[in-house]
Design a protein around this ligand. Structure first.
Ligand code: M6R
Length: 364
């Protein structure tokens, strides 16, 4: 049941801290605080590159994964949505790592992409929530997201669990490739272990999130912005808003705004930005200043270190605890999903069963 929550989505949003914690428990040895993966049928140290593919929210999790794998493990990564990858016929380096991400393990396009990759001698590692699924049976290795059943059509906790698995996998690959020393690993693991309690802190921001939601609920179009690992968080926020509130939203890499979408900006198009204090904070902030100068209304998710500078320009802001850059996309996802939820509640839509959508898309 819904345990007293209004919708499954609300209940599942509140499970973020638990689910992140359970997923970490599965992957981190508490005694020595190191990532421990199951025995691999291939050698992580020698895979020449990774190909990541998935659909929808799972694809956005993969985009964060690319960011981590490139910067921390120095592993070259290709990424595409499964519906494109399956027909692209790309040249694939023999022995590459195929990273498939899916909550259900049954998504038709992701499964087809898995089969294409496997036929091309790519090692299949799937990140799945349903561990007895078709994709699980066809993978060389499955890393489970310990999210429990997700009932709401809009994915929430499965997404942060996917990010948690990809973060641990990045650490393991980086160690195997010699790009992360023990001290570096300790720092990243500590950042992840800190997440369940920081995630629980997000729920204290309910009022601020509802203030933002009132602005968004009045809009016909909304622009989401983020840079680096916050760009996929913006994409996730825009998808969630479209999916359950039926408000049109677009996400852009903040630096791309001046190449086109800036001409959309006026009082009627609120801008939702994810801007915690990471090394790209200043860059994002200057994009937001440009938007404000053109009459844009800024609704900004930031953290305690970014709050002072954001408050000078934002109409509404949500301030989360400051966490390590590595963990920031996981934490910053939670309020962005909560915003979509609050807007949908205000609009009175069928939050758990949005029109035209299926939980698991098993046909092409
Ligand atoms: O079961 P999967 O993770 O393979 O599903 C992929 C997408 O269909 C899914 O993430 C979809 O985009 C969600 N409804 C987003 O909230």
């Amino acid at each position: 049941g819904k345990d007293g929550y209004r919708h499954y989505m609300e209940k599942e949003l509140h499970e973020h801290p638990l689910v992140i914690g359970q997923t970490l428990q599965r992957m981190i040895d508490p005694a020595n605080r190191k990532v421990v993966l199951p025995d691999m049928p291939f050698d992580l140290a020698t895979v020449p590159r990774a190909v990541i593919t998935a659909c929808g929210s799972a694809f956005y999790a993969g985009m964060v994964g690319r960011y981590w794998l490139e910067s921390i493990a120095r592993l070259p990564v290709d990424i595409d949505v499964a519906s494109e990858l399956r027909y692209r016929d790309p040249p694939l380096a023999h022995g590459s790592l195929g990273l498939l991400i899916s909550q259900s393990g049954e998504t038709a396009d992701t499964l087809a992409a898995l089969r294409t990759l496997r036929q091309n001698a790519v090692h299949i590692l799937s990140v799945l929530n349903v561990e007895h699924s078709t994709m699980a049976r066809e993978s060389a290795l499955v890393l489970g997201t310990v999210a429990g059943p997700e009932i709401s059509v809009a994915s929430t906790k499965a997404f942060t669990a996917q990010l948690t698995v990809l973060a641990c996998l990045t650490i393991a690959i980086a160690r195997a490739r010699g790009t992360l020393d023990p001290l570096g690993e300790e720092e990243l693991v500590a950042a992840l272990l800190d997440l369940p309690s920081r995630a629980a802190d997000v729920f204290a921001q309910g009022d601020a999130i509802r203030r933002m939601a009132r602005v968004v609920a009045e809009a016909r179009d909304v622009l989401y912005l983020g840079r680096g690992s916050m760009f996929p968080v913006a994409l996730e926020g825009a998808l969630k808003l479209k999916e359950i509130s039926y408000i049109h939203a677009e996400a852009y890499a903040a630096g791309e705004m001046k190449h086109g979408p800036i001409s959309l900006i006026d009082r009627t198009v609120p801008i939702v930005a994810s801007a915690p204090f990471t090394p790209l904070f200043d860059k994002t902030l200057s994009n937001l200043q440009e938007a404000k100068a053109r009459g844009g209304r800024l609704l900004v998710f930031t953290d305690t270190k970014g709050a002072e500078r954001v408050s000078a320009i934002a109409e509404e802001m949500v301030v989360l605890p400051h966490v390590h850059d590595f963990a920031a996309p996981i934490l910053q996802t939670i309020p962005v999903q909560m915003l979509a939820y609050e807007v949908a509640v205000m609009k009175g839509t069928d939050v758990d069963q949005p029109r035209n959508l299926a939980k698991s898309v098993t046909v092409e």
